[in-house]
Design a protein around this ligand. Structure first.
Ligand SMILES: O=P(O)(O)OC[C@H]1O[C@H](O[C@H]2O[C@H](CO)[C@@H](O)[C@H](O)[C@H]2O)[C@H](O)[C@@H](O)[C@@H]1O
Length: 413
């Protein structure tokens, strides 16, 4: 692994240009569905028309504001007071839109099957993102003769979304399924949580873990670290085995510590607000906050971030996430792990990434753009995504993992 050329100092660096071979177009056998007559020339496939949703508008206006106001052009909270109110309202809209209300039962009187509008739109959406369970044969056919590398998000993927982030336990059945799948395929958890916290939930030594949205990776020692490989150092895992620790945002640690304390202090009077320490990131949860107080939560975060231009804000499922502005995300973590595992640039490797949240899109995108493997979005609501397939909820994720094991065992006979 050449850490120097690929990974040294991701701080404030621009993404490396994709090589021509990686932009060579999506291999049709990777596509779960085909559009009659559609061609995917190399220069076009990155612009597959996307359905627009509310979040796209909100996101792009927020990002655009931030990009215009800042240099280098990374997402960033700026001190431009003129943009402040419009940005806040964009963020508030995004906070609302990122938390879709429970499905309304709106029976169409002309619809004798009893399907609700939500059911119909979900099934329409699934034409574009077919179920990875019903498409299992197609996936396994493509995987024949290949080595699968599995990447799993945690919250909302292996554990159901719950009100208290400290109680997002995975079931024993899910743990058993993950343990079994990891016996057959190299498996990594890539989470927004801190490395230690996600390990505490999963408690499986046979996995690789990347915490803080991939900014805290414990990788196997396949390549030795050279002196000049920044942010990568030797350590030991829970079992005392030698590992390489890669922490591309290491220099941000004191800043994040400071911001965490400030956020705890400033939100302490907002009922239901929870500030979570994710080591290289801070999560500000508003799931349990009365909607009337969401602007107050946002105000606290914006006020603090004004003084930290090297940090930026993203949002997930009823959570605002403060992150270092570095060119590193779950997608780059996947690439890093594949390299660490000696599985990058191998024709016979099929990475599969399963995740439910916005930050997982970075990983889906890397797989799609690199024509490398499959992203599987976990969602019970139609959502625009870079994934190829979908699963409805963690219970379907578990079924999928079990199916992989059964398939691998039967194909080994
Ligand atoms: O990348 P992930 O592993 O999916 O982590 C993303 C965030 O997940 C957690 O928050 C989410 O799950 C909580 C428990 O179900 C839920 O209460 C919260 O509303 C969700 O946003 C975690 O607590 C965050 O720190 C992660 O950033």
């Amino acid at each position: 692994m050449d850490l120097k050329s690929n990974h040294a100092s991701p701080v404030l660096a621009d993404p490396p240009p994709l090589s021509k071979s990686r932009l060579g177009g999506v291999h049709t056998s990777l596509l779960p569905y085909s559009t009659p007559g559609a061609a995917f020339p190399g220069s076009l496939y990155l612009t597959i028309p996307r359905k627009k949703n509310v979040l796209d508008d909100v996101r792009s206006s927020s990002w655009l504001d931030a990009m215009k106001a800042s240099s280098p052009p990374h997402r960033k909270i700026t001190k431009d007071v003129n943009n402040e109110s419009s940005r806040s309202s964009s963020w508030l809209d995004a906070m609302k839109a990122s938390s879709p209300p429970h499905r309304k039962i709106t029976k169409d009187v002309n619809n004798e099957s009893g399907a609700t509008d939500a059911d119909i739109s979900y099934h329409t959406w699934m034409v574009k993102y077919p179920s990875a369970l019903t498409s299992f044969e197609q996936i396994s056919n493509y995987a024949k003769g290949k080595r699968i590398a599995l990447f799993l998000d945690y919250d909302g993927t292996l554990s159901p979304i719950v009100d208290n982030p400290d109680c997002a336990f995975m079931s024993d059945a899910m743990r058993a399924a993950v343990k079994k799948v990891a016996k057959h395929f190299p498996t990594a958890i890539i989470s927004g949580r801190s490395h230690d916290k996600v390990y505490e939930f999963v408690k499986l030594n046979e996995l690789y873990y990347a915490g803080s949205h991939g900014m805290d990776i414990m990788a196997p020692v396949i390549q030795t670290i050279n002196d000049d490989q920044r942010n990568c150092f030797k350590s030991t895992d829970k079992k005392g085995k030698a590992v390489n620790l890669f922490q591309p945002a290491a220099e941000f640690l004191p800043m994040i510590r400071e911001v965490f304390k400030l956020l705890v202090e400033s939100t302490k009077d907002i009922e239901g607000a929870i500030v979570e320490d994710n080591k290289f990131c801070v999560s500000v949860h508003y799931r349990n906050v009365d909607e009337k107080s969401w602007p107050a939560v946002l105000q606290c975060v914006h006020e603090i971030l004004k003084d930290y231009p090297r940090l930026h804000l993203t949002h997930g499922r009823k959570v605002l996430e403060v992150r270092p502005t570095i060119n590193w995300d779950k997608g780059r973590a996947v690439t890093f792990l594949l390299e660490s595992l000696g599985l990058s640039n191998c024709e016979d490797v099929l990475p599969i990434y399963i995740g439910d949240d916005r930050t997982d899109e970075d990983a889906f995108k890397v797989l799609r753009e690199g024509n490398q493997g499959y992203g599987i979005l976990v969602s019970a609501e139609p959502k625009d995504s870079n994934a190829f397939y979908s699963l409805r909820d963690p219970s379907e994720v578990m079924e999928f993992l079990k199916s992989l094991v059964i398939w691998r065992k039967s194909s080994a006979l």
